[in-house]
Design a protein around this ligand. Structure first.
Ligand code: XLS
Ligand code: CA
Ligand code: CA
Length: 439
């Protein structure tokens, strides 16, 4: 097979003093952190759409990068070249997983039967590559937002015909996910929302989304899909208001419709900040509800109100993310780099630099989060802060034996309560800085 990225060697760990732009400074796959190699803590994935398809087009200008891989775009030859490029790319970086939408893999035909035939053909080829390289599928999904037919959503569309089309795409994408032995299946509700309530039956739309998810679960389980279904919350863009606004909203929705046993969250950093939350907040909400499944590892720009899907560079955020992940006992999914190069970073080297940046950022995050846990001061502070609930009247509250009358009687007997104790936020932040930056 022809090498596609001829100017790029296999990327290796060279350590923090290396200045080689094509080497890892912190990601050392076999380094043991808290009893496990880094690569097991950090199952990284390549997003087919950004890495092999998106070429820099934005609202104001066309492609800047050449992702033809020596073929004509929109052909099956191009689809195969993307497979070759993708597997070579992942091998050179030591990335063990990929994620895909159906339409990332092949050019969509007018007739879904023809699209599905193309999907069968390309996934046969992908399977060969997977067997050859040991690279695996993290999750699959159906793109139900790009084609004009989905202008009003998929599950939330006003058109039963479009709804059927969405069902057909989900059915096929689930079959492909099973064929490629994917660990998860994602629902990102791109256009599952609305622009104006003047034309929207919100209740029916939400019920119909739940019905489609229920059908997907039933069908998935019937064909042997044992992995997790994921909702990937996002508050807006492309719609003004999306129904899966944030983790709390999505979890409430899943519980309302009895889907919570089959679904977890796929939390994307950029979507968290768009929702007005921190990444850490979304991870914690998911984790405390037993629904932290997978992560779309990227970052947004807090000065911009849209989804910039940048490669993660912020070590502070990555540390707090990994702190949540370690505390939750790891992910059942992985870390999908749902990230793209900036438009002016259009060369092949830039593709690799993006992943090296992201992998090193998360490696540092892991190292520093493990150090925070081993240091123990933050954990001890939190334990102590709530210690009142372990004895006496506090214990009656957490055990569930307290009544309003008991508590009121206690309040009357004690006079004015003492102030609750300092939150010590600045002290705790300086511990975090000390661990992040100590030489
Ligand atoms: C878009 C989403 C999308 C999902 C998969 O904002 O991040 O790429 O991850 O459909
Ligand atoms: Ca995403
Ligand atoms: Ca995104």
């Amino acid at each position: 097979m022809n090498e596609i990225f001829k100017n790029i060697p296999t990327v290796r760990f060279e350590g923090k003093d290396s200045q080689n732009p094509l080497a890892f400074k912190f990601y050392d796959a076999d380094r043991i952190i808290l009893g496990k190699p880094m690569k097991e803590h950090l199952p990284f994935a390549m997003a087919w759409w950004h890495n092999l398809c998106a070429a820099g087009t934005d609202m104001f200008g066309r492609d800047t990068a050449d992702k033809s891989f020596g073929t004509e775009k929109g052909t099956m030859a191009h689809a195969r070249a993307k497979v070759d490029a993708g597997f070579e790319f992942m091998q050179k970086l030591g990335i063990e997983y990929f994620c895909f939408h159906d339409v990332d893999l092949v050019p969509e035909a007018e007739d879904i039967k023809e699209t599905n035939r193309r999907l069968d053909e390309i996934t046969d080829y992908m399977l060969e590559k997977m067997q050859e390289t040991g690279i695996k599928c993290l999750w699959g999904t159906a793109n139900m937002f790009s084609n004009p037919r989905f202008m009003n959503g998929a599950g939330s569309t006003n058109s039963p015909e479009v709804y059927c089309f969405a069902a057909a795409q989900i059915k096929k994408a689930l079959e492909l996910t099973v064929k490629l032995d994917g660990k998860g299946y994602v629902f990102w509700g791109g256009r599952e929302g609305y622009e104006t309530l003047l034309n929207t039956d919100m209740k029916l739309e939400q019920q119909n989304i739940a019905r489609l998810m229920r059908m997907a679960v039933n069908y998935g389980r019937s064909i042997g899909f044992t992995g997790d279904f994921y909702i990937e919350p996002k508050p807006k863009e492309p719609m003004k208001h999306q129904y899966d606004f944030d983790a709390a909203t999505a979890i409430g929705f899943l519980r309302q419709y009895g889907l919570d046993k089959d679904f977890k969250m796929n939390i994307e950093a950029n979507h968290a900040t768009l929702a007005g939350h921190t990444f850490q907040h979304e991870l914690r909400v998911s984790a405390i509800n037993g629904m932290l499944g997978s992560i779309d590892a990227n970052q947004g720009d807090l000065l911009l109100g849209w989804d910039t899907d940048e490669f993660p560079a912020n070590v502070y955020e990555a540390t707090l993310c990994m702190y949540e992940v370690l505390k939750a006992g790891g992910l059942t999914g992985g870390f999908n780099f749902d990230a793209k190069n900036r438009r002016p970073s259009y060369t092949t080297e830039d593709l690799f630099h993006g992943f090296i940046l992201g992998m090193d950022t998360f490696a540092l995050g892991l190292i520093k989060a493990a150090a925070l846990i081993e240091d123990g001061r933050i954990d001890a502070f939190i334990r102590e802060r709530y210690a009142g609930y372990e004895t006496g009247i506090g214990k009656t509250i957490t055990e569930g034996t307290a009544t309003l009358e008991n508590l009121a009687a206690h309040a009357e007997s004690m006079g004015a309560p003492a102030l609750p104790g300092s939150g010590r936020q600045e002290y705790l932040q300086s511990i975090l800085n000390e661990i992040l930056f100590k030489a």
